[in-house]
Design a protein around this ligand. Structure first.
Ligand SMILES: NC(=O)C1=CN([C@@H]2O[C@H](COP(=O)(O)OP(=O)(O)OC[C@H]3O[C@@H](n4cnc5c(N)ncnc54)[C@H](O)[C@@H]3O)[C@@H](O)[C@H]2O)C=CC1
Ligand SMILES: Cc1cc2nc3c(=O)[nH]c(=O)nc-3n(C[C@H](O)[C@H](O)[C@H](O)COP(=O)(O)O)c2cc1C
Length: 178
């Protein structure tokens, strides 16, 4: 007898291997962001594709941060961050912030402004969302940071950058006809 899916014990449903999950996730194109912070614990930043809009009332994003990342204790203490969405010109910067590069080398490769929370905003980013962390939930290896947006900087001319199939792809704006 075959049981309907809803009646199967959880152990039999939890059959997806980590590598199969990652291979499937590589098929989801996503924006690329550098998440920065500054405060009592110091300055830090990392590359993140796990960023999502949650609600516009109050304006809230979520950011997923692996607790094993070197930057984790710094974000945990500062409780503020800036989500800098990258343009097509930022591929090498994304790699710097996504690797094992020392923090000073990451930041010295670009120009930064200071937002109201004290978090660095990347000059030339498509968008910078200045945020206070309003809530944190732990799921598996990651913390899900819910981030209330308190200020925004936008550049309406730059092209986008998409991470898809483990590579970066430029995303061109359509020219509006006159
Ligand atoms: N959410 C995350 O923590 C992500 C971490 N990464 C890390 O960046 C490096 C390069 O990544 P790829 O070249 O794309 O190769 P990959 O094969 O490690 O990852 C493929 C896809 O799986 C997902 N993924 C990877 N690691 C994950 C994790 N620990 N938790 C949840 N989802 C994860 C992402 O969507 C990623 O694009 C790897 O070390 C990877 O772990 C990359 C993307 C997202
Ligand atoms: C394209 C890309 C996307 C990434 N997305 C995330 C993410 O959403 N969350 C996360 O915790 N790490 C993500 N990472 C990995 C972090 O950027 C990396 O662990 C971080 O730079 C810390 O590295 P460190 O421990 O060497 O300092 C991503 C890496 C790349 C290259």
């Amino acid at each position: 007898m075959t049981l309907p899916l809803k009646d199967l014990p959880l152990a039999e449903l939890a059959g997806v291997e980590k590598q199969a999950f990652r291979d499937a996730m590589a098929h989801l194109g996503s924006a690329v962001n550098i998440i920065t912070t500054d405060g009592p614990a110091g300055r830090a930043g990392f590359t993140a594709s796990a960023v999502c809009s949650v609600t516009d009332t109050p304006p809230t994003l979520l950011v997923c941060l692996n607790r094993s990342a070197s930057v984790y204790p710094i974000f945990e203490q500062n409780q503020v961050l800036c989500v800098n969405t990258l343009s097509d010109l930022h591929e090498s910067l994304s790699n710097l912030f996504g690797g094992k590069t020392p923090m000073e080398a990451r930041f010295s490769a670009a120009q930064w402004l200071t937002m109201a929370t004290g978090s660095p905003a990347l000059q030339g980013a498509l968008t910078s969302f200045d945020c206070r962390v309003s809530q944190v939930t732990q799921v598996g290896t990651h913390d899900v940071l819910f981030c209330e947006v308190i200020d925004i900087l936008r550049s309406d001319d730059s092209h986008g950058l998409v991470y898809f199939d483990r590579r970066y792809h430029p995303l061109m704006r359509q020219k509006t006809s006159a």
